[in-house]
Design a protein around this ligand. Structure first.
Ligand SMILES: Cc1cc2nc3c(=O)[nH]c(=O)nc-3n(C[C@H](O)[C@H](O)[C@H](O)COP(=O)(O)OP(=O)(O)OC[C@H]3O[C@@H](n4cnc5c(N)ncnc54)[C@H](O)[C@@H]3O)c2cc1C
Length: 390
């Protein structure tokens, strides 16, 4: 349910739990809150469902089959197929409708302020008061670009992968692609078909074997989790940070388009200077250099550390026990920044909130979690997870 309730409304709302962010992490938390007796609202800055997936580049596909990319309760349609960006967005949109999640958009949370009796969530559409807040704002809104001297002098186009859509506008151009992760490899794979590309990576890129896709990675991750849980020393897995050889990447590798060089020293107005003193001219730089957690709204709580993370025990903030964080990466739960992994963090988070707030409580104005129960199915998912209806 997207009821776009900000509409200039300024009245303060009161509920048990406010979830900030309506991407996959916020929806997974909403799924479990729906099954509690707590009242809650999900506030999302986007104009439509899908979170960061709405902004992925046009050819982006998941690196794991649909069956291994599901949120709790309802498997993503598509079975063994590798879903496209648009299919993920459609799934998330349908997911929030299916479970009638009270998502309010577009509502941007400006800041969360602490008060003795509650947390105040200040938005561009009025304030909410909640006994607990779950921050699930992801990383997409906080782009990371490394500091290179003279970057501001460079006269060409600079584009972060978060804002890259398709290769057409760079056709025929000299393009520097910076970053040795999956985004860098995939964007380079398609750009190198139409542009003159140079790939800069900190070290030689590390490719996973061709048979390794997201499903294999998740199985490995699951085995690791089980080993740690059972007190065994986990086997060393293939690195989850290495590049998955998805079909476009394999094709580019065969073309010889995936050779990389080490970083340049600095920018000039027209290009870059390499360590041997030579210069190259470029028309554009595509920064595939990742993201950081989007946590600015939590700064008034005094919980955001220098490393741009929050100290947590499980998913609960140590310095503000009315705050939980879900979906940002392993520091907020194992594999929690993936579609399939976030369910486990979401469930543990809601269980803890229910225990803390007491399931008999309800504050009135927010949407009742207990209102809808009928549509979920008990679904066995990979990662050794099951997400049964309580
Ligand atoms: C290129 C790429 C490929 C990936 N491939 C896979 C894959 O194959 N399989 C997989 O499982 N995962 C994959 N991931 C990882 C992961 O699934 C995504 O990063 C995912 O979008 C994270 O979901 P989220 O809900 O945590 O954050 P987001 O999707 O970013 O959602 C957060 C929401 O919060 C909103 N928000 C932010 N700040 C505020 C605020 N102050 N107030 C209100 N709302 C706010 C945002 O607008 C957004 O709607 C991939 C990621 C990338 C970048």
């Amino acid at each position: 349910m997207s009821n776009g309730s900000n509409g200039g409304q300024r009245a303060e709302r009161v509920c048990d739990v406010v979830v900030i962010g309506g991407g996959q992490a916020g929806l997974a938390v909403g799924y479990y809150l729906r099954r509690s007796k707590l009242s809650f609202g999900v506030l999302d800055a986007q104009v439509a469902p899908g979170g960061a997936w709405r902004h992925g580049w046009e050819s982006l596909r998941l690196f794991s089959p649909a069956r291994f990319s599901s949120l709790p309760g309802w498997p993503m349609p598509g079975g063994e197929e590798y879903p496209t960006r648009d299919e993920v967005v459609a799934y998330l949109a349908q997911y929030e409708r299916r479970y009638e999640l009270p998502v309010h958009r577009p509502v941007r949370v400006r800041e969360v302020q602490p008060h003795a009796e509650a947390l105040e969530v200040r938005t561009d559409g009025g304030s909410w008061r909640a006994r607990a807040v779950v921050s699930a704002t992801g990383t997409w809104e906080h782009l990371f670009i490394p500091a290179y001297p003279g970057r501001e002098r460079f006269g060409g186009l600079q584009l972060h992968s978060a804002l890259y859509h398709s290769p057409e506008r760079l056709a025929g151009k000299r393009v520097l692609v910076v970053g040795g992760g999956n985004s860098g490899a995939q964007i380079l794979a398609e750009l190198s078909q139409v542009a003159h590309t140079t790939w800069v990576t900190l070290k030689p890129p590390s490719f996973l074997p061709d048979h390794v896709d997201g499903r294999y990675l998740f199985e490995q991750a699951s085995a690791q989790y089980a080993a740690r849980r059972d007190g065994r020393v986990p086997e060393r897995p293939v690195s989850l940070g290495d590049i998955v050889a998805v079909p476009p990447v394999r094709e580019a590798r065969q073309r010889g388009a995936l050779e990389s060089v080490r970083p340049f020293l600095c920018f000039t107005e027209r290009g870059v200077v390499w360590p041997d003193g030579s210069e190259s001219a470029f028309d554009a730089v595509v920064w595939c250099t990742g993201f950081r957690p989007a946590l600015d709204h939590l700064i008034p709580l005094g919980v955001v550390g220098n490393g741009a993370t929050v100290e947590v025990r499980g998913t609960r903030a140590v310095q503000e026990p009315r705050l939980w964080l879900v979906g940002y990466g392993d520091w907020t739960g194992f594999a929690s920044a993936t579609l399939i992994g976030v369910g486990r963090s979401a469930r543990a988070t809601v269980e803890e909130i229910v225990a803390v707030l007491g399931s008999e409580q309800g504050s009135g104005v927010g949407d009742r979690g207990s209102g809808v129960r009928g549509t979920a199915t008990s679904t066995a998912l990979p990662l050794g997870l099951t997400f049964p209806d309580p």
